[in-house]
Ligand binder design. Structure first.
Ligand code: ACO
Length: 428
């Protein structure tokens, strides 16, 4: 018989079932608790609440383990490509040669944007944040693809491909807009990452050679960002999907959730923090003390994680990749030295040790993006490009779950109890 636990209330004891995952994680299923006891659970920030069961990604935050569909992140980082990893996340298995070729070709056929979308870019101010542009243009795709008379499953497939194909084009156009250069059309003879870098950095008037080391580094970073189970942006995507929102709206919402500095926006903040530190003379100790001072509101950006209480395996891989890329490019970045010094100091400090605060995925990624020439405000856009397959996989998993329900948390009301309406002339 499956495990059950008893929850004792003042007036009665309720038995609830225990849900066990394939890796042995356990959850008490409280879905009937209110009906049986009158109580709900209260967990601000969902610190201890599972919002769903999912087959996509496994994390063991205590051991620093991350697996996509059962495959360790270290293996995918060493052997896979971004599109292969995207296929794995979305369809649940590694593709055959034919499946990958078909998937890649379908994406190739959808890289262009409708010409009218260009007008949207003209409307944004030159200094608009690229995440604002990205989310707006992605949402606006739903105005170009509406009322399509196709079966639901076919539409889901098509929109999955459209989003994977068009997000790099939108991202590159937003950069070109910010520097006043002409948009560069996608070149479908190039592979995914190369095509993106070509759209970012080439100009129509000259030949441009995309550095293969940059392509490799981008592939790696996108793989490492591709999914991370129920993080803030993915939960947002699932929640919007739960109202049966269209896929473009779901992904636009995910992009907005990713933007904030506590989540994906941290990669921009890390570099800005390191640059600030360097300009002030690189006083690592001062920043460590500031991060510990509860009155300062300052946090060491790129440090800490809700789930990892050990090294973030992605941060370890990215740190190694940083060294490799800068060595290959024969470039020295003093920010990398500073970041390493900061990491070392934090990891020896009792505050960070006791709270189990380690560098997260955002701590070193910006240094690679910087070496590739990606402008700092676009760092979180790069994160979004990587996270897209994860968002899509979760939106699809939610949709295909026959027991899915609209996401609608409860609350405990703490405001005024019922009171009288006082006419305005009688209010003191
Ligand atoms: N610097 C200093 N102190 C920190 C930091 C940090 N970066 N992160 C957490 N702490 C402290 C908190 O002050 C808190 O201390 P307290 O217990 O004395 O109050 C304790 O560690 C626990 O922190 P919480 O904020 O409660 O942890 P939570 O799981 O809610 O937040 C988060 C996780 C948002 C990532 C947090 O660590 C943070 O703000 N980090 C900096 C921003 C960042 O790098 N975000 C990217 C995360 S990875 C990603 O989303 C892609």
């Amino acid at each position: 018989m499956s495990e059950r636990v008893e929850i004792r209330f003042p007036h009665k004891t309720v038995e609830v079932p225990v849900f066990v995952g394939t890796e042995g994680e356990k959850a008490i299923d409280v879905s009937n608790l209110r009906a049986e006891s009158g109580y709900i659970t209260l967990d601000p920030g969902f610190v201890n609440t599972g919002s769903c069961a999912s087959d996509i990604t496994f994390i063991d935050g205590e051991k620093g383990i991350l697996r996509y569909r059962g495959i360790p992140i270290e293996v995918l980082a060493g052997k896979s490509t971004f599109l292969e990893t995207a296929f794995l996340l979305i369809y649940g298995h590694l593709p055959t040669i034919t499946e990958l070729a078909e998937f890649t070709n379908r994406i190739r056929r959808h890289t262009m944007l409708h010409e009218d979308i260009k007008a949207f870019f003209s409307g944004f101010p030159r200094d608009a944040h690229p995440m604002a542009i990205l989310s707006s243009v992605v949402c606006s795709l739903s105005t170009f693809y509406q009322n399509e008379n196709r079966p639901e499953n076919e539409l889901m497939e098509l929109n999955t491909v459209r989003l994977l194909a068009k997000l790099p084009t939108i991202a590159a156009y937003s950069y070109k807009k910010s520097i006043g250069q002409p948009f560069v059309y996608p070149d479908n003879s190039r592979e995914y990452c190369e095509n993106f870098l070509h759209m970012m950095f080439s100009v129509p008037s000259e030949e441009y050679h995309v550095d293969p080391d940059h392509i490799d580094a981008l592939n790696l970073l996108l793989i490492l960002h591709a999914d991370h189970e129920q993080n803030c942006s993915t939960s947002t995507v699932r929640l919007v999907r739960s109202s049966m929102g269209n896929l473009f709206a779901c992904i636009a919402a995910g992009i907005c959730a990713l933007w904030g500095p506590r989540h994906g926006g941290a990669n921009q903040e890390v570099i800005e923090m390191l640059e600030h530190m360097r300009a002030e003379g690189g006083n690592v100790k001062k920043y460590i003390e500031l991060a510990k001072d509860k009155n300062s509101k300052f946090r060491l950006m790129g440090f800490g994680h809700r789930v990892y209480k050990n090294f973030d395996p992605r941060a370890k891989i990215i740190k190694g990749a940083c060294d490799k890329l800068l060595n290959k490019l024969k470039r020295h970045d003093p920010l990398l030295d500073l970041a390493k010094e900061l990491e070392e100091a934090a990891l020896q400090d009792a505050y960070f040790v006791d709270k189990k605060l380690y560098p997260n995925v955002d701590f070193y990624s910006g240094i690679i993006y910087k070496a590739m020439g990606i402008p700092v405000p676009a760092f979180t856009v790069m994160f979004a490009l990587g996270r897209l397959p994860g968002w899509l996989a979760h939106a699809r998993e939610y949709t295909h779950d026959p027991k899915n329900k609209i996401g609608r948390p409860r609350q405990i009301y703490t405001g005024e109890m019922q009171r009288d309406y006082i006419p305005i002339e009688k209010r003191g």
